[in-house]
Design a protein around this ligand. Structure first.
Ligand SMILES: Nc1nc(=O)c2c([nH]1)NC[C@@H]1CN(c3ccc(C(=O)N[C@@H](CCC(=O)O)C(=O)O)cc3)CN21
Ligand SMILES: CC(C)C(=O)C(=O)O
Ligand SMILES: [Mg+2]
Length: 296
């Protein structure tokens, strides 16, 4: 294996400062786009940290892309916390946010507070995200009053894919659009520090972004939001399931993985790996003679 010369330090890996809720607000106010990406374990959390991501999200998409479940609704709180801890170990600078799993913020105030505090204390995240509009404002008020920062999420709500009969663009008609704007405004009033807008027409993404004073983070909400978020596996090309219209691949890690796996297996089968000199341990001749003598 030849050693390539070190590449010059990329701009993204230069020293960066801790991203806070205040940083994000300033970015929004000065029109600097916020880059958010999901991470699910130590190496992906580490990569987001090293390469200049502003917000790392331990999304409940982890259910599908990482754990192989059919939908996000199967994910448990314990599973989520287990992954949050791994991401947190690799994450320093980005603001670390995680989705509250389905069913963990629906059964009353005390339960939700207990679950959110577990995400922070055991999971090591700095803020929690929950899907929904006016129906979750009471619990958002309660959590923010205890100092747990909350991110909202409106538009396409994957945790409700059954009730919504699939993953569909939201707010396409005037009635739906007005309802989404109202929900976003209510979430802001309840104290969210930011809102994810998922799969809505770009005009609506722009209008909500203008109407709110907190940053909006779009996924399939067009280019006029305060920031963007995508799922790690969609960006890397490691998700082989359905691709939504809003997905763009920025890397092809799947074919690199294929190259690595097939190359390794072929080298084992043709006995070219490991190399006896470069990839194995030698033993002193005198010592070896004594071993041989013992068994002859
Ligand atoms: N890999 C991955 N990426 C995601 O963005 C993602 C997940 N998984 N899992 C959890 C949710 C589910 N999401 C989804 C899933 C499907 C569509 C989708 O297929 N949308 C249609 C809309 C069609 C219409 O309404 O007309 C599309 O074609 O874009 C959108 C978001 C977003 N989240
Ligand atoms: C796509 C983002 C917004 C998300 O909620 C997730 O990854 O679960
Ligand atoms: Mg999610």
């Amino acid at each position: 294996m030849s050693v390539r010369p070190q590449e010059p330090q990329a701009q993204s890996t230069r020293e960066r400062k801790k991203v806070t809720i205040q940083t994000l607000q300033t970015m929004r106010d000065t029109n600097r786009p916020i880059a958010m990406l999901t991470a699910y374990d130590y190496p992906t959390g580490r990569a987001c940290d090293l390469h200049g991501i502003d917000i790392t999200l331990v999304g409940d998409s982890l259910a599908q892309v990482c754990l192989g479940y059919d939908s996000t609704t199967s994910l448990t709180l314990d599973e989520m916390i287990h992954h949050c801890r791994a991401v947190a170990r690799g994450s320093k600078n980005p603001l670390l946010v995680a989705d509250m799993p389905y069913g963990t913020y629906h059964t009353g105030g005390d339960d939700t507070v207990r679950n959110a505090i577990r995400m922070v204390r055991e999971g090591g995240v700095e803020a929690v995200k929950m899907e929904g509009g006016s129906e979750v404002v009471d619990i958002i008020r309660r959590l923010t009053s205890f100092g747990v920062p909350v991110m909202g999420h409106v538009g396409l709500l994957p945790q409700r894919h059954t009730a919504l009969s699939g993953y569909r663009v939201q707010g396409k008609d005037a009635r739906g659009a007005v309802g989404l704007v109202r929900n976003a405004l209510e979430l802001e009033k309840a104290g969210v520090f930011s809102i994810v807008l998922e799969a809505i027409p770009h005009r609506l993404g722009e209008l909500i972004t203008r109407r709110l004073s907190v940053p909006t983070i779009g996924i399939g909400a067009g280019p006029y939001t305060s920031g963007q978020v995508l799922v790690w596996d969609d960006v890397m090309g490691t998700w082989s399931g359905h691709q939504a219209k809003f997905v763009r691949r920025f890397a092809d890690v799947q074919s690199e993985a294929k190259r690595g796996v097939t190359g390794y297996a072929a080298a084992v089968r043709e006995r070219s790996f490991p190399d006896v000199e470069a990839e194995s341990y030698p033993m002193d001749d005198l010592e070896w003679q004594q071993v041989i003598a013992e068994f002859e």
